[in-house]
Design a protein around this ligand. Structure first.
Ligand SMILES: [Zn+2]
Length: 91
């Protein structure tokens, strides 16, 4: 469950963890494009993309909305799979 509604394209364009600019200490996963209902959703059941990405902190369940220009892909060696920290000793 997420605080936000989102849709994940197929194939998933974000298979790897990412770094968020101005938040360089922690790795994140992109869950998908945030969607929100608008005045038509009650009729169509379709929500519109807001242009922001829903990201979840690795090792946590904290979700955060991010501008797609603010994410950078991380190599697997660059972050810790347990606590999600970038540069932590554990891999
Ligand atoms: Zn760690």
């Amino acid at each position: 469950m997420s605080l936000y509604n989102y849709e994940t394209p197929t194939p998933n364009p974000w298979p790897d963890a990412v770094r968020i600019k101005n938040n360089a200490q922690v790795a994140w996963r992109v869950l998908g494009w945030q969607t929100e209902s608008d005045e038509d959703t009650v009729w169509t059941g379709i929500e519109e993309r807001t242009g922001r990405l829903v990201c979840r902190m690795v090792g946590d369940d904290f979700d955060y909305l991010v501008d797609p220009d603010d994410i950078e892909t991380l190599d697997r060696e660059e972050y810790c799979g347990e606590c999600g920290q970038i540069g932590c000793g554990v891999v």
